[in-house]
Ligand binder design. Structure first.
Ligand code: HEC
Length: 292
């Protein structure tokens, strides 16, 4: 195999390895970035909803109850924080349909809050370790990748008035929600979890696309680079060396001794050419002397 081909293969393989390494690193970097961004978005959405709920609880609800007067029945939309966040989300969801917020509850009063299989995985994390106050990570939801951010909702004694034994629950509630679900919760248990799901699909696809683009651009650059090297190799090394090899063979056979070897190059090839030329002159003189 010629030195030029060997050199090209070496350069090609090394550059390809370098570009693959860079692509993998860039892919990991993009994925990491996508995760961090999703985490920030999830926290932002969660904190915003939580703030809306707290404002309702601290400011609006007491005013509503006060205005209604004691013993007056206030509709659930005007007194439940859970109804408020569900309502806010229903509006928000119209603007960002690929996000999801869940007040995921295995046994809810309102069927809209019923935990699905993905929610259950997160609720189980809280149920298995009651010390955990929040959790986050990646999850596949209906086949698509999401980043989730979740907080547990613990049951307190005060909740049991409505979520404990249905016999003790308010009549209006039983009428509105039935008695099948949302009851018999136990004090201290994790009854539910707030979960924000941030879509990762687009970001992950983008990361993959960038990595593939990088490889393609890298391969084109490597090819262009190799073409330039091929040209310089041919012009400055292969062609002069082939010529010198031909002339050295001729000299060894005593042919063409009168024709000088000219080279303008001042590098190693140039000095080799000058040496071969001196050899040619020496052989020519030697032969002349022998003949004479
Ligand atoms: C006055 C009755 C009442 C009390 C007290 C009460 N809840 Fe509820 N809760 C409701 C009603 C009614 C809903 C359904 C709201 C809706 O339609 O979104 C609900 C909804 C929920 C939900 C959403 C899941 C579901 O069942 O639809 C969670 C979680 C929840 N409550 C937790 C609690 C916790 C925790 C406490 C105690 C800190 C508590 N609740 C106290 C009446 C009550």
């Amino acid at each position: 195999m010629s030195i030029r081909v060997r050199f090209m293969i070496l350069i090609g393989v090394l550059s390809l390895l370098a570009i693959l390494g860079i692509s993998v690193a860039s892919y990991k970097f993009s994925i990491n970035n996508a995760m961090n961004e999703a985490r920030d978005k999830g926290k932002l959405v969660f904190n915003f909803l939580e703030s809306a709920r707290l404002h309702f609880k601290k400011v609006q609800r007491p005013r509503i109850l006060e205005l209604a007067g004691p013993g007056q029945r206030v509709p659930v939309e005007l007194k439940s924080g859970f109804a408020l966040t569900r309502g806010v989300w229903a509006e928000f969801e119209k603007k960002v349909p690929d996000y999801a917020f869940r007040q995921a509850t295995p046994s809810p009063l309102n069927p809209a809050n019923k935990a699905d299989d993905d929610d259950m995985k997160i609720i189980d994390i809280f149920r298995n370790d009651p010390e955990i106050t929040s959790t986050e990570g990646m999850i596949s939801r209906k086949g698509d990748p999401y980043y989730y951010f979740a907080h547990p909702i613990h049951v307190g004694e005060s909740c049991l008035r409505c979520h404990g034994d249905p016999a003790n629950a308010p009549e209006w509630q039983k009428k509105q929600y039935g008695t099948d679900q949302g009851y018999n919760w136990k004090a201290g248990e994790v009854a539910s979890a707030y979960v924000v799901y941030v879509p990762l699909k687009k970001a992950l696809e983008q990361a993959k696309k960038s990595a593939v683009d990088l490889v393609l651009i890298g391969v084109v650059c490597i090819l262009a680079f190799m073409l330039v090297i091929w040209f310089f190799f041919s012009r400055y090394i292969i062609t002069p060396v082939t010529m010198l090899e031909k002339r050295a063979t001729e000299i060894s056979l005593g042919k063409n001794l009168g024709e000088p070897i000219r080279t303008p190059s001042r590098d190693e090839i140039g000095s080799l050419a000058r040496s071969v030329d001196r050899l040619r002159i020496s052989v020519e003189k030697l032969l002349q002397r022998l003949r004479g």
